[in-house]
Write a protein that binds this ligand. Sequence first.
Ligand SMILES: NC(=O)c1ccc[n+]([C@@H]2O[C@H](COP(=O)([O-])OP(=O)(O)OC[C@H]3O[C@@H](n4cnc5c(N)ncnc54)[C@H](OP(=O)(O)O)[C@@H]3O)[C@@H](O)[C@H]2O)c1
Length: 316
Amino acid sequence: MKQKEILLFGATGQIGRNLIRKLSKNNYKITAVTRNIHKAGYVLKTQANPGYLNLVELKTFNYSKINELMKNCNICINLIGILYENRKNQFKIIHSDLPNMLSKIAKQNNIERFIHLSALGIENAQDSEYAKSKLDGEDKIKINFKNYLILKPSIVYSVDDKFTTNFMSLLSKLPIMPLYYNGSTKFSPIHVNDLVNIIYELIERKNDNLVLECIGPEVFSFKEIIQMLLKSINKKRLLLPLPLPLAKLSAKILQILPNPLLTEDQLRLLKYDNCKTHIYKNNFDIGLVSLRKFKSEIDKYSYNWRSGGQFSKNLN
Ligand SMILES: NC(=O)c1ccc[n+]([C@@H]2O[C@H](COP(=O)([O-])OP(=O)(O)OC[C@H]3O[C@@H](n4cnc5c(N)ncnc54)[C@H](OP(=O)(O)O)[C@@H]3O)[C@@H](O)[C@H]2O)c1
């Protein structure tokens, strides 16, 4: 059987790296597009056997260069996303204009599938620019490309994430952890390997267009997640519900930092639960079960944040 060619945007991220490993092991050949080939080479080259991964540097979203790349692929996967805006990166450009352009080029080249990663629980979040731009991107793809696959994951976690690892770093240093909205927002965290298995299965199944919510097997409030992270790193901290005016003020200040821990837009988004909505089918509905449990997975890497590191004991 002819080897399938995959064009992958956003390959250096948590999901991209793990997806390259899964796809290349299963005989897919990947062209990964990145803004910085030197940084990406270091991160990516070890993810696939020689001959399965080709790295291409694109500093800007150049139409004719992307068109050239698309000519040689069967499937295009877009994993590019940002969590906050800055002078260079705006939600509209990254989450709406880029998927619009990619799906148009995919259509012109008549490729088999266009796969795009959006986000869960954004349908009602009309006051969040992140949510609006992600929804806009979904709409553009649906118009441009017939055989689309749009995946909407809840929080994706692993040792490579920017969620559990950042919070474990904060919790290991701060004496007090602020809770926004009393820590009541609900999440259905999915392990990156479960998500990657879902993407792989869907590529193999060759369904027609599909929007799919991707969730883990459990639902936790933000407070419960923080409590599990604390337990896993053997720490006790004061969890302090922050009144909304104070939360807004802290977001206003924090968002000035180059890699902000919280922005005003993220604070608005945090009001909305991030678990299955019933608007779309989810992975369980179509028989793609995610099995990995949050606590037992974080216990596998949390020793990095415990006193004593790899020589520490798990006390729970
Ligand atoms: N992780 C989660 O919990 C989660 C949850 C819901 C949805 N998602 C969505 O899933 C997708 C992948 O997530 P992830 O966690 O793997 O993301 P990530 O780790 O933040 O990586 C995103 C990738 O996007 C590329 N990128 C970022 N800004 C860019 C820009 N201005 N121009 C071009 N490329 C840019 C980067 O590639 P280079 O630096 O190599 O160019 C990076 O590899 C995103 O669309 C995200 O919104 C993620």
